[in-house]
Ligand binder design. Structure first.
Ligand SMILES: [Zn+2]
Length: 74
């Protein structure tokens, strides 16, 4: 598991080890945790899981809010 970086607005993604071994690559590299490394296919599963949990959490919150407001159900 590694942090994935994306080169500026290109479609080139590199994980941290590939960036180290191919670099330094000029340009702006930004973290792009939901993408896969273009070289070795590495991805940051932990970041994806955290995002899934966040979405799950948010949809639960929404559901609870709806339950707390019975006038919406008339
Ligand atoms: Zn890689």
């Amino acid at each position: 598991m590694a942090t994935i970086y994306r080169l500026d607005d290109s479609t080139l993604y590199l994980c941290e080890p590939c960036l180290d071994s191919h670099g330094p690559v000029p340009g702006k590299w930004r973290e792009s945790p939901l993408d896969k490394c273009s070289v070795c296919g590495e991805n940051d599963l932990q970041a994806q899981e955290e995002l899934d949990e966040y979405h799950h959490h948010m949809s639960n919150l929404q559901w609870e809010e709806e339950q707390q407001d019975p006038e919406d159900f008339q």
